[in-house]
Design a protein around this ligand. Sequence first.
Ligand SMILES: [Zn+2]
Length: 593
Amino acid sequence: MPWHIGVSLTADHVAARPNGPLWEKVAAGIDSSNSPHSSAATEDNAGRAALGHRSILDVGLAGFAESEAINVRSGPILLWITEPDSLIDCQTFWNYRALRCLRWPASPVYLLPDRALSDWVGLEELIRQMVRERQFGGRPDVVINSVSVHDAQLKLMGEQLGLTYVASKQVTMTSIAAIVDRTLRIEFSFTTDVDPRDWLLFERTFGYDDWFRVQTFRQGTAVPVLPESLRPIVSGHAGIPLRLRLGGGFLQELPRTPSTARAVLETAIWSGPHLQSIVGISSNGLLNINVPSQERVLQLVAHDVGGEVELSDKGRLAASLLRRHDVSVLNAVSSLAAIRALTTRRSKELVKELTRLEDPLPDEIVNLVSSLGGRVERNYRSAGKLQARDLSVSEAIDVLETLTDRGWFERGFKVSCQSCGMSSFIPATSLASPALCPQCNTTSELIRTEAGVEMYYRLDAFADRCSDQGVVTHAAVGSVLLASHSFSALHLGVDIAWEDGGVAEVDILGFLGARLVAGEVKTSAAEFTDDQIDRDIALSAMVGVQTHVLAYVRPTKDLRFLVRARAVCADAGLDLLVVRPNDNGQLTVGPHG
Ligand SMILES: [Zn+2]
């Protein structure tokens, strides 16, 4: 694309004479340093520099053009004629010129004094040539406007330029991308007194667009922020401030919170998808930025919630479960069912015992808890007696074997001791011959069926504790969410304390790429009552995320609660992300119902 700002920066640039008329200063600009080198020698010297984009004003525009333009059109050449010191003409021209398209020569605007055509040698031919070479696709070719100069004189000037007057004030425009008609026209038209806003007004953002590939490092990635074409202008001016927007690359993946902007560049803020800052340009044109890690971004995101955010006990357990176990197997609903069936219900056991005591004394509770810690043996079962929801025996064997290979279960055998009367699990790895009862060391027989010695399965001790606390479900949902985006991190359980004393517990808080998410995980969809949904979504809104996550892991047919969740999210201005089992028994992430 041709750059209108592609001015030759090596050519001498001309400023208006300090004692020249007003129009000259408006057309060519003033050199504040009053350098005699830049000052025009004569009035027409300044005027021709402005026509040729060689004025000091053009230098100031270098690097300043539309980076985005919507509905930009090509219109006639606007010649603004003025009495040399007419304030109203100079000011009006100044304002219209400010609207012209900078990136493409779509709408040339020029200011000339009324005496120019008669006084400046060769000006007529210069303008004729401009019109001829432009071969504008719309009509007319030129609009001549003025406030201080009579319309009759403007018409005479148009004719003097060899243009044909058309009375119509109707202007037709063309696309800036229109290919010039190859049949060259030799007749050109003009009219006078037309409001030029029709072709000068369009929606735009300014800036110089440049793109580059850069190797990123966690600390100190050097980004070339100074475009080649701007180097001659700022050379020798290290520290010159540049208003800068960076986008793309890893920035597209970052959630847009104040802290993440500062983590990349101390002075930066987000402006839409861009990181924006005013920076002093170093002499080499490089700017150092940081690329925060997922862990760091998660810290920052939690910080920007606005309250004190701490991992809850469950959150801590879930984090360590994600580190220690292969959680990818958990996206199968059957895995979760098998784990659930084999979980040792310590907490449920405790509640059961406590309710058995009527009005317990604190001492009794302490005694009960300490006795229960040692008394509850980890649950173990054979595949045939797994009793997992919706799993046949052969499916149960498949699931248990897979999970055992991934470290979730251990295989073993069962002895029912004749001597001490206790039943025990003996891990396959510590089986002696003959088998001994682990409680009393008496030789015992392994439990067998008609088909032989029976295999039993027991959850890994840590996984068992996590499952008892409901953390495995959280880890399963977390792992499915994390797998949905390559740059992502989640806290799977936080306590939030706000300054006003409010507290809340959130199951999920973090980011999936640029998207901040918070939400609630339940085992069964039935737990998502209307009240629960309203509370969860209100909390997500309060935390300041864009996306609310609703997750459940047990298949259900009744999806009415999702309709409600969708409506409440829409009211709160949140996107809804649902994690749920599909028909093939796999947990999936989807927008909704
Ligand atoms: Zn025994």
